[in-house]
Design a binder for this molecule. Structure first.
Ligand code: FE2
Ligand code: FE2
Length: 388
């Protein structure tokens, strides 16, 4: 259906898969859509993941990250905020120890009554995405050369990852408590979805490779900055200024994190432009999967697609945003200006510099053909019907 196509701006890159040999990297590039079924177990939903490729960065390149320890301390850790200066969820929520607690909760619930169900579906999906934070810390710790080797490693990379996680942890906490207090949502269904999602993990296809991993995190932090920014804008339009402030505050954290990750990629482009342009093209050919793409609530096998359809329709996160982020990063990393690339590097450069307009054209065509999307029940809001 057209609305589904619009969610997957990268679909046109898929090619049929041959069978047989599965390891060579050049071969892997042609297998962008090669997927395998993960076994169904009571603690994970039915799902597909890609053929798993591991440790694709040549071991000698690990040295790059060791040599950047001091650079990361001076250039990346500075983007963390001291805990004492950070906002905390409690700053935006009714104070349970105060006399006025019940009154404040009542006001919160009055404000949230004005907000439509489709907006709540988006906010819940965003909250669930944030709540699967253990998966994202795990993902960062899969990356060779930058992982936290001990759990309390003193390397700059490990310090960043732990403190980043600690900052991010406030996002899910705050949205979760807000949604709980609103009284509008089925918390048990939401909690089940979070449990399923953490159990499922994610399939970002970053191959333990920090070149790929930091492109992924740069893209994702910008994507979350955009989507929380849009939920803030819409909350304001629906008259809930407190919720707008909550979403806007989270968006500004995401922006700061985006700055840090894009700076790491800047540096890697400086050190190894050919390796980075290949890595960037590789990630875009494989498509940037959303962190919560394996979402499941115990009922809807296509929950993530349905949630994404609503975010697309409301303009919270769209195929156009995907193309805009790509274009932003191509400009930010000056991909078009790179010189002295290998033949493959030149092809990757061309691919990246022409991809955003191609995605946009596809999106416009899909929008032109789009039929009225169906309405389906979402368990998160007691099976109330929402249009996709
Ligand atoms: Fe976040
Ligand atoms: Fe983030």
């Amino acid at each position: 259906m057209a609305y589904r196509l619009a969610l997957r701006p990268e679909t046109f890159l898929c090619v049929p898969q041959p069978s047989g040999r599965r390891n060579a990297r050049s071969y892997r590039a042609r297998m962008a859509c090669d997927r395998v079924d993960a076994p169904k177990r009571p603690f994970t939903p039915p799902r597909e993941v890609h053929v798993q490729v591991t440790h694709s960065m040549p071991p000698q390149k690990i040295e790059i990250f060791k040599s950047l320890e001091n650079w990361a301390e001076n250039n990346i850790l500075v983007h963390l905020k001291s805990v004492e200066k950070c906002w905390q969820p409690q700053d935006f929520l009714p104070q349970p120890s105060s006399e006025g607690f019940y009154e404040e909760v009542k006001e919160l619930r009055e404000r949230s009554k004005e907000i439509p169900d489709d907006y709540f579906v988006c906010l819940i999906g965003d909250m669930i995405t944030e709540e699967a934070l253990p998966t994202y810390q795990t993902m960062l710790n899969t990356l060779d050369g930058v992982r936290d080797e001990t759990g309390a490693s003193l390397s700059s990379w490990a310090i960043w990852t732990r403190a980043w996680t600690a900052e991010e942890n406030r996002h899910g906490d705050l949205l979760n408590k807000y949604l709980y207090l609103s009284g509008r949502v089925d918390m048990k269904q939401i909690e089940k979805t979070i449990q399923y999602l953490i159990g499922s993990g994610m399939d970002p296809r970053t191959e333990n490779n920090p070149f790929l991993g930091f492109i992924y995190t740069s893209f994702q932090e910008r994507a979350t900055f955009i989507s929380h920014g849009n939920t803030a804008r819409l909350a304001k339009e629906h008259g809930d200024l407190k919720l707008a402030q909550i979403c806007g505050t989270i968006a500004s954290d995401e922006k700061r994190h985006e700055t840090a990750y894009t700076k790491i990629v800047d540096k890697l482009f400086e050190i190894d432009p050919n390796g980075m342009v290949l890595a960037f093209a590789d990630m875009m050919k494989k498509k940037i999967s959303m962190p919560a793409h394996l979402m499941y609530d115990g009922r809807d096998d296509n929950l993530f697609e349905h949630f994404s359809a609503v975010t697309q329709r409301l303009g919270i996160y769209t195929a156009k945003d995907y193309a805009d982020i790509l274009e932003f990063l191509v400009t930010r990393w000056k991909v078009g200006e790179l010189t002295d690339l290998s033949g493959k590097g030149n092809r990757a450069q061309d691919f990246l510099c022409t991809l955003a307009p191609r995605i946009r054209r596809l999106e416009e065509r899909a929008q032109g053909k789009a039929k009225k999307a169906p309405t389906i029940p979402f368990s998160w809001i007691y099976d109330r019907q929402v249009q996709l």
